[in-house]
Structures are given as C-alpha cells and as structure tokens.
Write a protein that binds this ligand. Structure first.
Ligand code: P6P
Length: 334
C-alpha cells in the first residue's frame, strides 16, 4: 500500500517533537503537550474539511450557510482541544470577538492566537484552505490573564499553519528553523517530509489581488509594474489563490512575494496581525525570508487590539526588500 512506500526512517511529528524537546526546551513537557495537542487539532479539522463535501454541502444553501458551519466547527475544535491540553491560559481566535480565558483548573502559561479556518469561503469550490496559529508566552512566563493578550512583552515561541490542499500539510517552527509534515491518512500520522524549509533568496512570482490595482499606493503600483514590464530579463508570473495559507506556502516553497497592501476599502490592509500576519512572519523569517508592513518588520508591529489589521509584504528577502526600498523612497520624497 502507499504507506508501505514511506521511508521507514521518516520521523512522525510526535517523535520529532519529543526529540526536539530533549534537545532544546526546558523539558517541562507543557510545551510538548501543547504541540501534540495542536497536531490533534489539525488532524481533526482536516477530517472535517475532507468530509465537508459529503456532510455539509449538496444542499441548496451550501454556498451561503455551510462554510460558516465548518468554520464554527473548526473554531470549536481548536478551543476544546487546546483547553483540554492544560497548557493554554488564554486564546485569541479570528472567530471570537473577545479573548477566551481557560478555566482555572485547566489553565496553562501559553497564549495561542489562531485563525481556525482561513479562506473558508473557498471550500465550496474545493480551493485549498488552512489554519494558522501562533504560540506566545509572557516575558515573565507566568499564567496570563485576559489583559495579557496585548502585553508588549509577549513573545512568539512557535508558529505554523495547516494547509488543507491536495494533501494536509502541517508546517511548524519552534524557533529552530521550519519543518513540514505531510499527513498520511492511511496511518493517521504526520510524517516529516520537508526538513529545514528555506525560502529562496529571490523569486519570480508575485502574488496580489490585481482587482484592487486602482486603489494601490504608488510604491505598490511601481513594484508590480516593474515585475510585469521589467527593463531587462523576464517578467514575473502572477499566482493568486485568494487563500492566504495556500499563497504563503507556495511563496515559501517556490519564492517570490505575497502582498496584501492597504487599499482605500481597507486602509490598514485586510489581514489580521495576531493570527494571520505575525504567525506567517515568524515562519517565513525562520525560513530565511522576510515579512514587512512597508514601514516595519511584521514581527515588530505593536498590537493594540486583538483583531487589528496590517498591510503585509512577505516572501523572498530580495523581493520584499525591493518593495520596502520603494516605500522608503516615497516616504522621503512625499
Ligand atoms: P481578497 C480569505 O478570505 C482571506 O482572509 C485570506 O485567506 C486571503 O489571503 C484574503 O482574504 C483574500 O482577500 O480581498 O483578495 O479576496
């Protein structure tokens, strides 16, 4: 069977985490418990997503209501399993207006921000969607309260995403590089298939919703124009799925730049700082790439509200630095 072809030395996610624990972390076991719980979350959401076509759709209102149900289900899966881990103190979810505080008896020191099912409206036409998460701790590593969600001393210690595409992939960084694990559904295990992922230094793909071109700032207009009509060499290709996890994962693997700039409709951009942009910036930076707002590194963005948005330019270092130079040029001359 297909699973028999898997390299017997292929590490499962669980064994990888246990190895990492013995190498890097003060092995309290709490962080390991949390990462193992995140693995269970992703397996459970993946099963729900894969069954969506059979259980949630087929009704006349599939386009309107069903994706919302799947998004709510994914959110419940995140909250219930992370709560049960005993490692989490508070959670910030794209789906919840307010910070979620875990009951005292199950409370742990970690702060988890997540988008349970990003791009979920794409599911009824079978476009890849994903989950995004970041794990933070307070600077004093004490148990967090609701007020700590925006504490400037919070630091990201792990982040990653799940891509529910042709296969389910879990990409994780715990601060020692980035690794990708493919779910083998026949044995229900994530296997380490993409070890030490690195973003190419420069790419040949730009990824942006060109439908908003009439709303872009000049820096963005000039950058995109130069990619399409370069003074010398070949133009870049445009690839845009409209599902952040799919666009970011392709950018990490193939290089290039993913952009969601400010538009007149969304003056701070559309994508959220805590559970979309910062987790992706952590992963991309750990893979040797760069994530920027046009004025600061995404990881340095000051968070003043849990659903705060930001413009984002992410991917190959050379490509992102090029558009950042364009922003600097315009800010000096304006
Ligand atoms: P637009 C999906 O709705 C999402 O939140 C991200 O996954 C994606 O990158 C972005 O919005 C797409 O937005 O405005 O191009 O449709």
């Amino acid at each position: 069977s297909a699973s028999a072809s898997v390299d017997p030395h292929c590490l499962t996610f669980t064994r990888f985490i246990l190895q990492e624990e013995s190498k890097y972390w003060r092995a309290t076991g709490e962080f390991t418990d949390l990462l193992i719980s995140i693995q269970i979350v992703v397996k459970t959401v993946s099963t729900a997503v894969r069954r969506a076509g059979l259980t949630l759709f087929g009704t006349s209102d599939a386009k309107t209501k069903e994706p919302k149900k799947l998004q709510a289900l994914a959110n419940e899966i995140f909250i219930n399993i992370l709560t049960a881990s005993g490692s989490v103190g508070i959670m910030i979810s794209e789906e919840n207006k307010h910070v979620i505080e875990v009951d005292k008896d199950k409370k742990g020191k970690y702060i988890v921000a997540f988008d349970p099912l990003d791009g979920f409206t794409n599911i009824d036409c079978l476009i890849s969607i994903g989950s995004i998460f970041a794990v933070m701790v307070k600077d004093n590593e004490l148990i967090p309260t609701v007020e700590d969600a925006l504490h400037p001393g919070n630091r990201i210690i792990a982040a990653g995403y799940a891509l529910y595409g042709t296969s389910t992939m879990l990409v994780l960084s715990t601060g020692q590089g980035v690794n990708g694990f493919l779910l083998d559904p026949q044995i229900g295990e994530f296997l380490l298939t993409d070890k030490n992922i690195k973003v190419p230094k420069k790419g040949s793909i730009y990824s942006i919703n060109e439908g908003y071109a009439n709303q872009w700032e000049n820096s963005v207009k000039e950058f995109v124009l130069e990619k399409k009509f370069p003074p010398k060499g070949k133009p870049y290709s445009l690839r845009y799925v409209g599902s952040m996890v799919a666009d970011v994962h392709r950018t990490i693997k193939h290089g290039g730049i993913f952009m969601y700039p400010a538009n007149k409709d969304t003056p701070n951009g559309k994508l959220r700082v805590m559970y979309e942009c910062k987790p992706m910036a952590f992963v991309v930076s750990q893979a040797g790439g760069l994530a920027h707002t046009g004025s600061v590194n995404i990881l340095d963005v000051k968070v003043e509200s849990i659903h705060q948005r930001t413009p984002i330019f992410l991917g190959s270092k050379d490509d992102v630095e090029e558009i950042v130079a364009g922003f600097r040029k315009h800010s000096i001359t304006s």
